[in-house]
Design a protein around this ligand. Structure first.
Ligand code: NAP
Length: 485
């Protein structure tokens, strides 16, 4: 089976922050892979913007220096890129400018010319303080018109009020229908498969409720620590991961079937899930959440008084008819035993076991595991008879729906950014967050942050996280799936 590629319309993509980490590691490789797949039209243009290209000689034209920068980035980060296609590099251009310099904008406008029938998109891969500056300047210079699109990355605020201010600065020049808020988790194949599995198979949806599902575990575990991410200190795991990625995964798992596979229909259903979450505030933060900080974080962050949590776990309740009685446990952390992101839907056990209690795993019964990383895969845990003579013993085995095996090795798994960038050009907002979702998410998160007092407990680097997180589940008679499972 060969993946189908539908070329997108000719476009001009202006990337602010083009010499930054995100562009080097993710955006340029994603564009290049789409170019190689034949999806990026030969007339497409990518214009990088930054104050300069690092290491470029003064006499080298900026566009040439940027192409050289891009070639090196692709050699390092694009999969299977031995000889970088010169035709792709020829589609790159560069505008050296400080976005705060109002006088510089007219030359960017002149470089872009009339949009005509070309799609125009602006990707803001810069610190959020510059969103308002860039959004305002684009509007003032007539570049926001004609259906131009603006793409922004997290962090979109550090609480509800600041997220509102970021949004206001974007909305000053752009309509909601022009704003693409990226949560790259939504671009992952497995995440979209979650919707297809649920809504295109007759088998699962009848079971998809508190009646058959005991609980859901959503885990995003990293092995890395701070790694020079300066923004993290004072941000922490709840804002950095739970407010966006984990809540989005919860929404897609819990949402009602939308009437159509259409951006607003899906985003309506996701927002309803967030609004149905039982509030966690005040004293409840002690019983419904757990925090931790890995030992050594304070030294890494250069703040020996730091109270920033590098681990957060929560017990979320979706208060609606479908989910009442089925908790959603969320956890995320740095410096944990293994890098893994997954949604595990754990089904209720059979009401009466005719085989007695002999099972090998204490996480028993059926579970649907959707793994987002490291290798995207979906498995269904089933109970079977352990092979062999003698007594009848039960054991759990995974029914593997790993795509490479089922669909053939030619079906490559595109990086999330590949899909999301092409969706921006196509004008498809399905996998992007609408502001009301974001606002609802912050409304749920803010009281949790306010309820946390004092420093988080420490946990050992390389462990499964703090004991407080285990207590969150053991109080309910459950336990986390081991990260190393
Ligand atoms: P970065 O490495 O610090 O890059 C920032 C870029 O902005 C550089 O190209 C810088 O170039 C440019 N810039 C800064 N001030 C400017 C100005 N006044 N005028 C024009 N250009 C300016 O940042 P990053 O890690 O790529 O992150 C970019 C954005 O994506 C941030 O909002 C970040 O939170 C978000 N994000 C990043 C990642 C990631 O993996 N890196 C993941 C998720 C979200 P000059 O200094 O030369 O101008």
């Amino acid at each position: 089976m060969v993946a189908r590629t539908i070329p997108v319309a000719p476009f001009d993509l202006v990337v602010f922050g083009a010499t930054g980490d995100l562009v080097r590691r993710r955006l340029l490789p994603a564009l290049y892979m789409r170019w190689r797949a034949g999806q990026m039209p030969p007339t497409a243009r990518v214009v990088g913007v930054a104050r300069g290209v690092p290491g470029a000689a003064a006499e080298t034209p900026a566009a040439d220096a940027f192409r050289d920068f891009a070639r090196r980035a692709l050699e390092e980060f694009a999969p299977a890129a031995d000889e970088i296609d010169a035709d792709f590099l020829a589609r790159l251009d560069f505008a050296a400018m400080d976005v705060r310099d109002a006088a510089a904008w007219s030359s960017l406008g002149a470089r872009l010319g009339e949009a005509g029938s070309r799609v125009r998109a602006f990707y803001l891969s810069v610190a959020p303080e510059l969103f308002g500056v860039i959004g305002g300047a684009l509007a003032a210079n007539g570049l926001a018109d004609g259906g131009a699109r603006i793409v922004v990355e997290k962090p979109l605020g550090h609480d509800r009020a600041s997220a509102g201010a970021v949004n206001d600065s974007l909305r000053a020049g752009f309509e909601e229908s022009q704003i693409y808020r990226i949560d790259h988790y939504l671009g992952k194949e497995t995440v979209q498969n979650l919707m297809v599995l649920r809504f295109a198979n007759a088998l699962l949806e009848p079971l998809w409720s508190a009646r058959s599902i005991d609980h859901v575990q959503i885990s995003v575990a990293e092995t890395v620590g701070l790694e020079g991410r300066d923004y993290y200190e004072g941000t922490g795991a709840l804002r950095d991961m739970v407010q966006n990625h984990l809540l989005q995964l919860l929404c897609l798992t819990a949402m009602e079937p939308p009437a159509r596979f259409e951006a607003d229909a899906i985003r309506d259903e996701k927002r309803k899930v967030i609004q149905a979450l039982a509030p966690i505030a005040g004293a409840a933060t002690a019983t419904e959440t757990a925090r931790g900080q890995y030992a050594g974080y304070r030294e890494d962050a250069g703040n020996l008084e730091s109270r920033t949590e590098t681990f957060a776990a929560l017990r979320a309740e979706v208060r609606n008819a479908r989910w009442s009685g089925t908790p959603f446990y969320l956890r995320t952390g740095k410096r944990l035993a293994r890098r893994v992101s997954e949604v595990a839907v754990v089904f209720r056990d059979v009401p009466h076991s005719i085989f007695g209690e002999e099972r090998h795993s204490d996480l028993r019964g059926n579970a649907l595991i959707m793994r987002l990383q490291p290798d995207e895969a979906i498995t269904l845990r089933m109970t079977i008879k352990e092979p062999g003579p003698g007594g009848l013993r039960l054991t759990e085995v995974p029914l593997d729906m790993t795509f490479a095996e089922a669909l053939g090795p030619e079906v490559a798994m595109p990086d999330a950014y590949e899909r999301l960038l092409m969706d921006v050009i196509r004008g498809n907002q399905t996998l992007f967050m609408r502001y009301d979702e974001l606002d609802a998410a912050w409304s749920w998160i803010d009281p949790i942050l306010a309820g946390w007092e004092g420093a988080p407990p420490l946990y050992e680097p390389g462990s499964e996280g703090p004991g407080e997180a285990d207590a969150l589940l053991s109080r309910d008679g459950r336990r986390w799936r081991r990260l190393t499972e």
